[in-house]
Write a protein that binds this ligand. Structure first.
Ligand code: ADP
Ligand code: MG
Length: 376
């Protein structure tokens, strides 16, 4: 066990890293954040913020010297940097796992090898691959294999011609062409696994997206219990197969009443934010516990919840000078407001979220939409 007051290393300094820092501080740990952005919201509250590239040898060695374990909040940190650190200290989850999660090709190959259900797809390396792609993949979505997030790096393509245009737009980057599925709904499961293989599993979350970005989440998902059990079996199987250590999120589509894996995130997840206010142990405390080898905390849900994202678009609709009227949210009973302290709002940028706690998810989702709509 890595016990307080040890120092923990965090690669990435966004809001997920910020909550990790807060959870680690609550337990008496120190955190060193590596993130090239001097305004990093996690770096700002960390014990130390190394403002350097993720590949900076000196910064990596400083983490290796000062920390007992390193983790990440962002799947696009170079896996090679994590591998470099693995020579000196535990990296959880491992460089290999992050490498799989940051590359849609490796991820899909992993699903296929494990016999797990996933959307039909083709690897697109050249225009010729588009020309010979199965007609059943249209209408589809062309996704860059690497560095996509929040719906970025993907374009809906009606037919082959549109796919060729989209591919040119990506300047020949390696892509996958995925069939566009008719989704009944989307769900995610967040779990933690410790170095001995013990797991804690959060309740199944139902997610609504808008323009490829998570809009809001409801927990527990309104699905038959068999579904939740099947998701849990699949999720635990994946974690076991990867010898995963840390917090992992798994995104699923439900298509024609059947489960279909979408993607893995090797870190806490936006759809797990409900756990900050609705569970004994948040996903971030769970990450601290898992990577330090502490006993995992309870992932039990204390209250039903709805979590609504607050995107930078809100600020834009108000005009550059405007700040949403937070008092309108703060007055709502059972509402917890979270703002991440980002200095600049951009459309699609995650600036904060709020969680509504209560009895009935349908009521919470209506109430959440209403109060958020009232901000602009
Ligand atoms: P990201 O890394 O941006 O989260 P995803 O592959 O999860 O990328 O896609 C974001 C969202 O776009 C999904 O949550 C879903 O709403 C939609 N989407 C992605 N792939 C498909 C698909 N094959 N069929 C239908 N909708 C999809
Ligand atoms: Mg996704």
């Amino acid at each position: 066990m890595i016990l307080p007051p040890a120092k923990l290393g965090m690669l990435g300094g966004g809001q997920l890293g910020r909550y990790f820092v807060m959870a680690a501080h609550e337990l008496g740990y120190g955190v060193i954040v590596l993130d090239p952005d001097p305004d990093s919201v996690a770096g700002r509250i960390a014990d130390e913020h190394l403002v350097a590239s993720y590949e900076d040898e000196e910064a990596l060695m400083q983490l290796a010297r000062s920390c007992q374990v390193v983790t990440t909040e962002f799947e696009n940190v170079p896996a090679s940097s994590l591998a470099r650190l693995e020579a000196y200290l535990p990296v959880r989850p491992s460089a290999r796992i992050v490498e799989i999660c940051q590359d849609r090709l490796l991820e899909k190959a992993f699903f296929a090898m494990q016999g797990l259900p996933h959307a039909p797809f083709a690897v697109i390396r050249s225009e010729a691959d588009i020309m010979k792609a199965d007609p059943g993949l249209f209408p589809g979505i062309l996704k860059v294999a690497r560095f996509g997030y929040d719906g970025k790096g993907q374009i809906a393509v009606q037919d082959r011609e549109a796919a060729l245009d989209a591919f040119l737009n990506y300047e020949g980057a390696l892509c996958i062409l995925e069939r566009k599925l008719h989704l009944d709904s989307e769900v995610s499961m967040i779990l933690a696994r410790d170095p001995s293989g013990n797991c804690a599993v959060y309740p199944l979350v139902e997610n609504r997206h808008r323009d490829g970005i998570l809009d809001f989440s409801l927990v527990p998902a309104a699905l038959p219990t068999e579904f939740a059990e099947e998701v849990q079996r699949m999720a635990l199987g994946i974690a076991e197969r990867l010898s995963y250590v840390g917090v992992m999120a798994i995104e699923f589509f439900i298509v024609g009443g059947k489960l279909c894996l979408n993607e893995l995130a090797p870190r806490p997840h936006n759809s797990g934010h409900f756990s900050l206010d609705a569970c004994i142990t948040s996903q971030f405390e769970q990450q601290v516990r898992a990577v330090c080898g502490l006993p995992l905390g309870s992932a039990e849900l204390l209250s039903n919840a709805a979590m609504f994202n607050l995107l930078g678009d809100l600020w834009f609709r108000l005009g550059q000078a405007g700040e949403p009227d937070w008092a309108r949210l703060l007055v709502v009973e059972g509402l917890k407001l979270h703002l991440y302290g980002k200095k600049k709002a951009r459309p699609g940028r995650k600036m904060g979220h709020f969680t509504l706690l209560g009895k009935d998810c349908k009521d919470l989702s209506m109430a959440g939409r209403k109060v958020r709509g009232g901000l602009v």
